[in-house]
Design a protein around this ligand. Sequence first.
Ligand SMILES: Cc1cc2nc3c(=O)[nH]c(=O)nc-3n(C[C@H](O)[C@H](O)[C@H](O)COP(=O)(O)O)c2cc1C
Length: 199
Amino acid sequence: MTRPHPTDRITPAELPARVWQELQRATVDRHHEWRTPVLASVDDDGLPQARTVVLRRADADTRTLTCFTDARSPKCGDLQARPQAALVFWSQRLGWQLRVTAQATIDTTGPAVQAAWERVRQSAAASDYLMPRAPGAPLDPDGSPAPTGTSDRHHLAIVHLQVTRIDWLELHRDGHRRGRWDGSSTERPEPAGWVWLTP
Ligand SMILES: Cc1cc2nc3c(=O)[nH]c(=O)nc-3n(C[C@H](O)[C@H](O)[C@H](O)COP(=O)(O)O)c2cc1C
């Protein structure tokens, strides 16, 4: 394991709020290493599928993380059929890994999707959601780039991830630490539902 050297170590009591604070920061700070977690889902064959996504929103009150995707992408269908999801975040600066277990729900229409699209359409990412062909659709064998979108019809979908478990690992020269928060646990050890584990 590599051992980054954060200057001061947080206390267990500070951990829950700090974890959500860092997640929120990652949604607004392009350079935050938690901005691009790996999102894992389960496909039709029961096999794990993992890919990088951009974290768009982190809401500590509702314990929800949000990302955007193309409604036609394989991950979208997979998460609609099997909502069990996992996200992995790593920050060298913090020395923190976060493994998040979540239940996914997907919005493909409605006011929230429209509001998100109004923001995305102003950005360079807009073309990602206007592709005429679905992500993963085969192209000509000569490897030419996919045709870009010209239509007004977007395919943006919002993936809401209701967090059910967080496994936090800190790598540190003075000793690694690991804590777990389990949203379904009826036990409520302090602070705020976190238990401490051997790293
Ligand atoms: C840095 C980075 C950020 C990405 N962000 C997103 C994203 O926010 N949403 C998304 O659907 N795909 C994103 N992708 C592409 C996915 O990793 C993936 O290749 C694509 O969505 C197809 O995944 P699927 O076939 O499992 O549906 C990103 C890729 C990279 C490298």
